[in-house]
Design a protein around this ligand. Structure first.
Ligand SMILES: Nc1nc2c(ncn2[C@@H]2O[C@H](COP(=O)(O)OP(=O)(O)OP(=O)(O)O)[C@@H](O)[C@H]2O)c(=O)[nH]1
Ligand SMILES: [Mg+2]
Ligand SMILES: [Zn+2]
Ligand SMILES: [Zn+2]
Length: 377
């Protein structure tokens, strides 16, 4: 029997357990209690004796009782998880990413449409905050995270997927046994790929560097007064979360596409990357396909930069846990990306300067190219 994956709680259940919800009397009817013909004809009659409403068609998840969008049933699922510690910039990043892709995808012909009312509303208000009110979005409170569910289509290929982006609150990952962490594990288990956002200001060496370049900009870009995490530890911790979700032994590498995204790169661009590929505008959308050479160069530049700033341990942690190095036997599956959601640090009054995102689409386009969803060259 085919199974259904709930995009809200990430429990997978057999089709027969799906609940049909009657809007007239509020009763739920289990799919296995219905006739096949009723389901096929979409003409379901409510079983409550006093009700008998016709056309009961709203579907609910038997675990979390959320209404399941119709598109869930006729599109393939392409779940990406967006993880990273608290304050790394995930929520601001995803909002800018979704907005930019709608502006810059003419040649790629990717289109994204929100499929739940909630996704649409949340995205609109977040976008208004950043682009119109010029206010950065504040921290996501644990427990309030909701999946952002989109239909992503490729006009060049007649392809359609359900893209489920889950932006969890960073701190929940510190306690792997909490219910939210368990849900995140289930989510990761079903994810095709992971975008892992790293805050450079939580790295001792990079925080020092940012403070030397411009201490004001650095402090306005940081959600925390002090750097307090060991970057290699962050990778190890996340790798364990992934291993648990994917049921991989502790000593084995994680065989999955992982985009390691260094956020807030605006703090370093001018001082460290002039003349480098990372400094240039991203070529992918302009070329209408994913450009592997550009991705390789950026990955190399960031690896060298991290090493030069005392973060060899971080690079080692990537090598230990993921397919970060190219080898004769295995394709490289983990790349470093550098992005800036705003293109500059928040101003002294807490508002944003004119928003000029830098390379925000690169990680998503890389992952889409790996899924053969867009062309790569
Ligand atoms: N300089 C700079 N600062 C940024 C950028 N993006 C985010 N920040 C800063 O980082 C802070 C945290 O960003 P969020 O998007 O809330 O981070 P988050 O990962 O969603 O955090 P949680 O919701 O707590 O998990 C923001 O309030 C900004 O001050 C950027 O592109 N450049
Ligand atoms: Mg957030
Ligand atoms: Zn009814
Ligand atoms: Zn559910």
């Amino acid at each position: 029997m085919p199974s259904i994956l709930c995009p809200f709680c990430f429990y997978e259940f057999p089709e027969g357990e799906l609940l049909y919800h009657c809007l007239d009397c509020g009763a739920d009817i289990k799919a296995s209690d219905l006739k096949r013909s009723e389901i096929a004809k979409k003409a379901i009659v409510c079983r409550t004796p006093a009700c008998h409403a016709r056309n009961v068609y709203i579907k609910h998840c038997p675990y979390c009782n959320n209404e399941l969008p119709e598109a869930l049933f006729d599109t393939h699922n392409l779940s990406f998880s967006l993880i990273g510690s608290s304050g790394s910039g995930k929520t601001n990043y995803i909002t800018v990413l979704l907005n930019e892709q709608s502006k810059r995808s003419q040649k790629l012909r990717i289109h994204l449409n929100p499929i739940t009312h909630e996704t649409k509303e949340t995205f609109s208000s977040n976008r208004e905050s950043i682009y119109t009110k010029k206010l950065p979005l504040s921290a996501t409170s644990p427990g309030s995270e909701r999946p952002s569910i989109w239909i992503i289509g490729n006009g060049n290929r007649n392809l359609k997927y359900l893209l489920n982006i889950f932006d969890g609150a960073g701190e929940t990952h510190n306690d792997l046994l909490s219910e939210t962490a368990r849900r995140d594990s289930r989510y990761i288990e079903h994810s095709k790929a992971v975008i892992f956002v790293i805050d450079p200001l939580r790295f001792t060496g990079l925080r020092e560097l940012a403070n030397n370049i411009d201490p004001d900009k650095s402090s306005r870009s940081s959600a925390f007064a002090t750097e307090e995490e060991n970057s290699a530890f962050i990778i190890g911790n996340t790798a364990n979360l992934l291993r648990r979700g994917l049921k991989i032994d502790t000593n084995k590498k994680i065989d999955m596409n992982i985009a390691i995204v260094i956020s807030k790169i605006d703090l370093f661009l001018e001082a460290c990357f002039q003349g480098k590929t990372l400094f240039n505008e991203s070529p992918h959308a302009r070329n209408g396909c994913f450009t592997q050479q550009d991705c390789d160069e950026v990955d190399r530049e960031l690896t060298d930069w991290l090493s030069d700033n005392g973060e060899d341990e971080f690079i080692n942690a990537l090598e230990q846990n993921f397919y970060f190095r190219k080898s004769a036997f295995k394709r490289k599956k983990c790349y470093l990306f550098g992005i800036s959601a705003f293109g500059g640090a928040p101003l002294a009054d807490g508002t944003l300067p004119e928003v000029h995102p830098h390379r925000v689409m690169d990680p998503l386009l890389w992952l889409l190219a790996q899924q053969d969803f867009i062309d790569s060259r």
